[in-house]
Design a protein around this ligand. Structure first.
Ligand code: NAP
Ligand code: GDP
Length: 327
């Protein structure tokens, strides 16, 4: 039976990056399309995965043999702080529907996407795959974090009770083409690219939320896409894998803002609004398990990836996800 790989959330940042890699890497290569494979990139318009019937219909339509499960209610720090219950409920429903339908339809393998937000707030660094359940997540995103943690619990339970081959990936903060560039709800890189672009266009100050001191590990969506394809083809264990750059590659929010200013050649006023939340100060994650398993992997340098993202945003401003109002 030929492989049908269904990517839920296929229209989003990571889904579109996987599509790009599958379509541009040489056919038959480690990350390229294999002969006989069909890839389906599903949008929410094909089925709202919070609904069990619509989930069932999507699986009946494509009959996937494999699922990369990306669909989720997603957002940056400020959206997570505002909608804790909605993050908990929507993501719990989506994950339960996808995993249970995959089990009922004998899907051979599911990789679900978690996030380093799922880890405990107070835990010894660096984070690794054994520390997910050792304490409470940061209060700013506990709704999202608890819903996502439960996927790891469900994966183990599906394996032990039914022998399912379900696993998960844990990326750090992701950015790239096709991101959500909403001013309020997006993650820091797309939000700041959009804000800096508007400051330049309207000659207004570029205001970065918080102190600029928190540290994050950022991964380029097109690098992450390759890691998902690797995990799909070459990793068969229930335990999650952190998909990240090295723990020594933390970048401060100020460095992010500086890189955006440089990429956009912005030369106006640039300030920090310290009345806004910083969120978790840092959450460095180890990529040792990934590197031990995958062997050689070359990550795109941060500034190059940021520049490619900014150029994509400038080229696609009219159709990019920038929120309701074009200013
Ligand atoms: P994104 O760009 O916001 O895309 C979200 C995707 O999910 C879209 O394709 C959307 O479909 C789909 N979706 C949302 N609600 C849905 C529903 N009720 N039914 C069906 N589909 C639904 O998100 P992303 O950044 O690519 O995130 C993908 C995964 O990575 C998520 O699981 C997220 O938690 C995880 N993750 C993201 C980051 C990050 O920094 N972005 C970091 C760690 C983990 P439509 O657009 O068609 O509505
Ligand atoms: P996180 O990595 O899960 O915390 O999520 P984000 O991508 O939202 O990053 C949050 C960090 O970026 C916090 O330290 C914020 O204070 C900082 N930040 C600065 N400006 C912005 C902004 O415009 N939007 C967002 N989401 N975060 C910002």
């Amino acid at each position: 039976m030929p492989d049908v790989i269904l990517v839920t959330g296929g229209t989003g940042l990571i889904g579109q990056a996987i599509k790009h890699v599958i379509e541009t890497e040489p056919a038959g290569s480690r990350f390229g399309k294999k002969e006989g494979e069909t890839w389906v990139f599903a949008s929410s318009s094909e089925g709202d995965l919070r609904d069990p019937e619509q989930t069932k219909k999507l699986f009946e339509k494509y009959k996937p043999t494999h699922v990369i499960h990306l669909a989720a209610l997603v957002g940056g720090l400020f959206k997570n702080m505002k909608y804790k219950l909605t993050f908990l409920r929507d993501n719990t429903l989506i994950n339960d529907n996808v995993l249970h339908t995959a089990y009922l339809t004998h899907t051979k393998k599911v990789i679900s996407c978690l996030s380093t937000c799922v880890f405990p707030d107070k835990v010894a660094y660096p984070l690794d795959e054994n520390k997910i359940h050792l304490g409470l997540p940061h209060e700013s995103n506990f709704g999202y974090a608890h819903a996502k943690r439960m996927v790891d619990v469900a994966n183990h339970a599906y394996k032990e009770e039914f022998g399912c081959n379900f696993t998960s990936a844990i990326p750090t903060n992701v950015f790239g083409p096709h991101d959500n560039f909403d001013l309020e709800d997006a993650h820091v890189i797309p939000a700041l690219i959009h804000k800096c672009f508007l400051s330049q266009k309207n000659a207004t100050p570029f205001v970065v939320a918080g102190t600029g001191k928190p540290l994050r590990q950022f991964i380029y969506s097109r690098d992450l896409a390759k890691l998902f394809i690797w995990q799909l083809r070459e990793y068969d264990d229930v335990e999650p894998v952190i998909l990240s750059v090295g723990e020594d590659e933390e970048v401060s929010i100020k460095q992010v803002a500086d890189a955006i200013v440089k990429a956009l050649k912005f030369n106006g006023e640039y300030t920090f609004d310290t009345s806004k939340a910083d969120g978790q100060f840092r959450k460095p994650a180890s990529n040792k398990k990934l590197l031990d398993l995958i062997g050689e992997f070359e990550f795109t340098p941060f500034e190059q990836a940021l520049d490619e993202t900014v150029q994509w945003f400038l080229k696609n401003y009219d159709t990019a996800r920038t929120g309701k109002i074009k200013q």
